[in-house]
Ligand binder design. Structure first.
Ligand code: CMP
Length: 140
């Protein structure tokens, strides 16, 4: 077991429905500590860059449009095996396949408007955290 940090994004479908607090409670109930958090309106350039890894996927343009359709809350979660444990709390990308009690099962509207993003590896977590946060903004 090791203490890790991972990047989380509460997406526009969730901020629009005022679900930030309910989603944060899921993280905290799972033992993840929110050590940095800010509400942002992403620009198209930021969203394109953040999801660059998906730029050849058919859903890329729609995903970028969706991610700039309203505010997001970007956050850093810290805890034991935070990358994996956050992915367990989020549930499967497709809400139809997500387990009961997960964020996506309870809140996601669709595979695109799926309420949260979470880093998929420790390596990507470090890249994604530094995309949004300076070290001084992370207080454990
Ligand atoms: P996220 O974890 O943010 O990573 C990429 C996002 O693309 C994903 O969540 C979904 O919101 C979105 N997406 C839209 N369509 C698909 C799809 N068919 N497969 C995977 N991700 C998709």
């Amino acid at each position: 077991m090791s203490i890790e940090r991972t990047l989380s994004i509460i997406k526009p479908d969730a901020t629009r429905r005022n679900l930030t607090g309910l989603i944060n409670a899921k993280f905290e109930d799972a033992g993840l500590k929110i050590i940095g958090q800010k509400r942002l309106q992403l620009t198209r350039t930021m969203a394109e860059k953040f999801y660059e890894i998906h730029k050849d996927r058919p859903f890329y343009n729609d995903l970028v449009d969706f991610m700039i359709s309203g505010p997001v809350v970007v956050q850093v979660l810290e805890g034991e095996n935070a990358v994996k444990s956050n992915r367990a709390v989020m549930g499967s990308t497709n809400p139809d396949e997500a387990n009961e009690g997960t964020i996506r099962k309870e809140f996601a509207e669709s595979i695109e408007a799926n309420s949260v993003h979470g880093s998929d590896s420790l390596e990507n977590a470090n890249i994604e955290i530094s995309f949004f946060f300076a070290n001084i903004e992370l207080v454990a």
